[in-house]
Design a protein around this ligand. Structure first.
Ligand SMILES: [Zn+2]
Ligand SMILES: [Zn+2]
Ligand SMILES: [Zn+2]
Length: 247
């Protein structure tokens, strides 16, 4: 019915993907992989069916090496072009940022906000933070997206959120909760890869993709120092979930 909506941040057409809700309705979500966000029309606030959760994780994982860009200062509603209002919502597992149209057309949510909203995220334990600090210097805050020095800070200095990451077990549990009716699901083993390994593997994939892009663009390639990257916990968590649910 609608033309392809443009991304509230970069104004490029978003990719429309069809999912199924928990109740069996068709849910169309518009995704911008460069801005790492989702647009939900007014009623698209329903729970996704387990197969759709898997499909969404597949998509996010497939696009893990896409080029990213920061969100614009002014976010515009894809339907009426008025500025979206930025706000915070709170759930048990944390606080997340959301952009809403004042005329009720819908809302824009970053991938990480979506993960927090769905209860797919948990706080990191002190030993996990210490362990990660040995491998990466900084991470992007899952609540606000700011790069944070995890060797120095104990919570995000910008939004005060505790450090958190995607919990693959919580995702699987949620999916099993949605799928109460279907009993054929086998129990999953805990993932054998840890988040530190996943961050390093992701960074390797991204620098390889970046080198490919530079080759294609005939620019001189500058190899970034591998040991000082900022860890993308959300994308690494997506990789862990995908490894767990893909078959
Ligand atoms: Zn965009
Ligand atoms: Zn609007
Ligand atoms: Zn933050």
């Amino acid at each position: 019915m609608h033309p392809l909506p443009s991304c509230p941040s970069c104004r490029q057409p978003m990719e429309a993907h069809r999912f199924t809700s928990n109740q069996g309705h068709v849910l169309e979500l518009d995704i911008c992989f460069a801005c790492q966000g989702l647009w939900f029309d007014r009623h698209e606030n329903l729970k996704l069916a387990p197969q759709s959760v898997v499909e969404l994780f597949r998509l996010l994982h497939e696009h893990r090496t896409d080029q990213h860009q920061p969100l614009a200062e002014r976010m515009a509603c894809p339907r009426c072009n008025t500025s979206l209002a930025k706000g915070f919502d709170v759930v048990r597992s944390g606080r997340y940022m959301i952009y809403r149209c004042g005329r009720q057309h819908g809302r824009f949510s970053s991938f990480s906000s979506f993960m927090v909203e769905k209860g797919f995220v948990r706080h990191m334990t002190r030993p996990e933070i210490d362990d990660l600090a040995k491998r990466v210097g900084a991470i992007y805050c899952t609540s606000c997206g700011a790069p944070v020095d995890i060797r120095k800070d104990h919570a995000c200095p910008y939004c005060r959120a505790a450090f958190s990451l995607i919990d693959p077990d919580a995702v699987v549990r949620a999916m099993e909760g949605y799928a109460k009716a279907s009993s054929e699901r086998t129990t999953h083993a805990t993932p054998s890869v840890d988040i530190g390994d996943a961050l390093v593997a992701l960074e390797r994939d991204r620098s390889r993709a970046e080198r490919e892009r530079q080759k294609r663009a005939f620019t001189s390639s500058s190899d970034a120092a591998d040991s000082s990257f900022t860890g993308d916990l959300v994308a690494a968590g997506v990789a862990l979930v995908w490894a767990l649910v893909k078959d």
